[in-house]
Ligand binder design. Structure first.
Ligand code: DAH
Length: 349
């Protein structure tokens, strides 16, 4: 395109001007060590208001015969500048990639985002800690359980009306998702001889319609103590010590007669409301009492199912719903919050 023949004095003059601009840009690019610095030079020369645009803007005001020469030279300059800044940009980014990592041990560490212990896990942990100090040992049982352990051995033979109280997911005729943690009592007693003090935390499942108080999966802790001469007084003492420590205040207990097929006698245990101290509030429906757990003396039929000598041994058992206790403890009025894993809820603990 730029034939020697077409060269005019104006060409030579514009070539010099452009050459100078190119050299200046080259100097600046050599000093640039970061992508940002290279980019700054690029904008200064090639940007909408850059040096090149300024020169191009001058063209209409040049004498008519000089304009083609200016156009040619500036186009050429643009091409070279684009190439140079492109090369400089890739050079600095390559250098940055290859540069050794500089370690400054005096810098403070980046704060690590840390998780939270789930309020149910914390409630179980606290409960387990208290029972450990009373000599209880933690035992676990399977969540998929045989009908025999979930019902039969707990004095609920087939067609026993009490089975109705435990809405249960049946996986097959004789396999269930355990509807309480009590079957773990039976498994433990089958394997060991008294004396025995265990607690069993774990998940249980019931096909209930979900609402603020019900969920198809929740947690229970089962307790069992068996030995010679274990009586109802021991049950009262152990539960009193536990609840006093758990709620970190003195509480009174009230035992109301109840019925469970696996205990005789059975009781529903209430304690003075830990929220209002027994004065009456919304949580305790202005009664001053909270219904907390089921308990009783192990029915001899259960001992017979595991082959324990019913003349020699007696024992007590109890079962607590963890979500219920945690709801009281943290003042939460909807069980679903514990189980839906919404981070906005969990982050508060
Ligand atoms: N398993 C019972 C339930 O889920 C709770 C329970 C009551 C457990 C009395 C016990 C007990 O060990 O003695 O409702």
């Amino acid at each position: 395109m730029n034939d020697e023949a077409e060269k005019t004095p104006a060409d030579a003059q514009w070539a010099r001007t452009c050459e100078k601009m190119l050299e200046a840009a080259q100097r600046r690019l050599r000093e640039a060590t970061t992508t940002q610095e290279v980019d700054r030079v690029r904008v200064e020369y090639l940007g909408r208001k850059g040096a090149l645009a300024k020169q191009i803007g001058r063209i209409p005001r040049l004498p008519q015969e000089e304009r083609p020469a200016a156009g040619r030279a500036l186009n050429e300059l643009k091409r070279k500048l684009t190439k140079l800044t492109g090369a400089a940009a890739s050079a600095v980014s390559r250098e940055a990639e290859e540069a050794p990592i500089r370690l400054d041990p005096t810098l403070p560490p980046q704060p690590l985002p840390h998780g939270h212990i789930h309020p149910i896990s914390r409630t179980i942990e606290d409960m387990v800690d208290i029972f450990r100090t009373l000599g209880f040992e933690v035992v676990e049982g399977p969540e998929v359980e045989l009908d025999w352990y979930n019902f039969e051995a707990l004095n609920m033979p087939a067609d026993h009306p009490s089975r109705e109280d435990f809405h249960t997911f049946f996986l097959s005729d004789n396999v269930v998702l355990r509807s309480h943690t009590s079957p773990a009592q039976v498994r433990t007693m089958q394997q060991r001889q008294p004396p025995l003090r265990i607690i069993v935390p774990g998940r249980v499942f019931r096909p209930d319609t979900e609402d603020a108080r019900h969920f198809s999966m929740f947690h229970q802790v089962e307790g069992l103590m068996v030995g010679e001469g274990v009586g109802f007084g021991d049950l009262k003492a152990v539960l009193h010590i536990f609840l006093r420590q758990f709620f970190r205040q003195d509480v009174a207990l009230r035992f109301e007669p109840d019925f469970f097929p696996f205990t005789e006698p059975s009781a529903q245990v209430h304690c003075t409301c830990a929220i209002c101290g027994g004065k009456g509030c919304r949580t305790c429906s202005y009664t001053g009492w909270l219904e907390l757990l089921g308990a009783g003396m192990v029915d001899p039929n259960v001992f017979e199912a595991v082959g324990y000598d019913t003349e020699r041994y007696t024992g007590f058992a109890f079962g607590v719903g963890m979500e219920r206790v945690a709801m009281l403890r943290y003042g939460i009025d909807d069980i679903r919050l514990f189980l839906e894993n919404d981070l906005r809820f969990l982050k508060q603990f």
